[in-house]
Design a protein around this ligand. Sequence first.
Ligand SMILES: Cc1cc2nc3c(=O)[nH]c(=O)nc-3n(C[C@H](O)[C@H](O)[C@H](O)COP(=O)(O)O)c2cc1C
Length: 368
Amino acid sequence: MSIYKSLVKPLLFTLDAETAHSFTIKCLHRANSLGILTKSTALTDPTLKVSFGGIEFPNPVGLAAGCDKAGEAIPAWPSFGFGFVEIGTITGEPQPGNPKPRAFRLPQDDAVINRMGFNSEGSEAVAERMKILKARKPILASPLIINIGKTKVVTEENAVLEDYRKSLRLLAPYADIIAVNVSSPNTPGLRLWQEKGPLKSLLSSIMQEAIASVNARGETPPVLVKISPDMSAHDMVDVLEVAVELQLAGVIATNTTISRSDSLHSSAAKVAETGGLSGRPLKERANEVMRFLFRESGGRLPLIGVGGISSAEDAYERIRSGASLVQVYTGLIFEGPYLPRTINQGLVALLQRDRLKSINDAVGIDCR
Ligand SMILES: Cc1cc2nc3c(=O)[nH]c(=O)nc-3n(C[C@H](O)[C@H](O)[C@H](O)COP(=O)(O)O)c2cc1C
C-alpha cells in the first residue's frame, strides 16, 4: 500500500474536506518555495505526447479545475506527473462562495459532493499572482489552462458578458488556453448559459475578446467550453454547433452532476447534500457524454474528458471514447497525488498491448 493510503490519507480524512484541501494546497505551495519537490515525474515517453489546439502536451493527464482555484500551487503539479494544469474557476470579481461546510467526501463511493459556489479571489488578484510567477519564467513548462466563470451578483446580460471578458483580458496573458465554465451547478442560473441562444452570445463575445488578446505564447488564446453531464442530447448537439461555428478549440466534458444514482452506498443524509457529485459514480455518465460528443462531432472537435477517472484503465477508456486529453480531481483525493504518474505508466502499457503507436491513435477508437 502507498504511503498516501496508509498514512497521509487517514490523517487528512480526520479533517473536514475543505480544511484538508486548503492544508494540502498550502503544503504544496511551501514545498515548492523550499524547492523540495522533484522537478517532474512526468514520463517522457514519446507515445504519450499529445497535440491539442496547436499546443504540445508532454502527456495527456491534467489537473481538473477546482483543485487549485487561485493558482497557488501551479509549479508543484508536474512533480506528480501531470502533463498540464487547469486552474480556476476564477470569477471577474472577488467573492466568498457559499457558506461552509460546502464540500463532503463520500468514501464508500469514492466520491465528493461540493457546493463551493466559485469561492474566488477574483481575476485581478489572480492576475497579480500570475505576474509574480511569470517573473520567474516560465510559469509552467507544461500547458496551463485558466478557467473563468461568472461572478454571482452579476446577472444582467451585458454585465455577464463583460464579467467573463474582464477575466479573459486579465488572465489570458498568463495562460496557454482559456476554459469557459458555464456548467457549475452551484451558481444560480449559470447553467442557463449552456442553452443555444445565451451560449452563442456569451461565446461570441468571449471570442471577440480572445481575438483582441494574446496568451502566454503571444498568440490568440484557444478557448474551450466546459459542459455539464446533466445536459440532454439535444442541448449537447447545440453546444457542438456553437463550438464549431465560433471556432472554439474544443470542449471539456464534464463538470459535476446534480443527479444521484440509486446505487450510491453512502448514507441518505450525505447523498442528499446539495451540490455537484464527482468521482467514481460520475464515470459512466461522463464516458457516455464523451462518446456522444465524439460521434456527433465526427471527431473533428478536440475533447477533454473528465469525471470519475481514477486509474489508467479509466483514462484509456475515456481516450478510446474520444478524449484527446483527460483530467482528474476526485481520484487524487482517494488514490493520492501520484495518480497521474500511475495513469501515464499504465497508458504506455495499454497502448503497447493494443499495438498503438500513440495516444492520438487511440482517440475515439471505440466510436469509429
Ligand atoms: C471540490 C470541487 C470543486 C470544483 N470546482 C470547480 C471549479 O471551480 N470549476 C470547474 O470548472 N470545475 C470544478 N470542479 C469540477 C471538476 O473540475 C471536475 O469537472 C469534476 O469534479 C469531475 O471530475 P472528477 O470526478 O475527477 O473530480 C470541482 C470539483 C470539486 C470536487
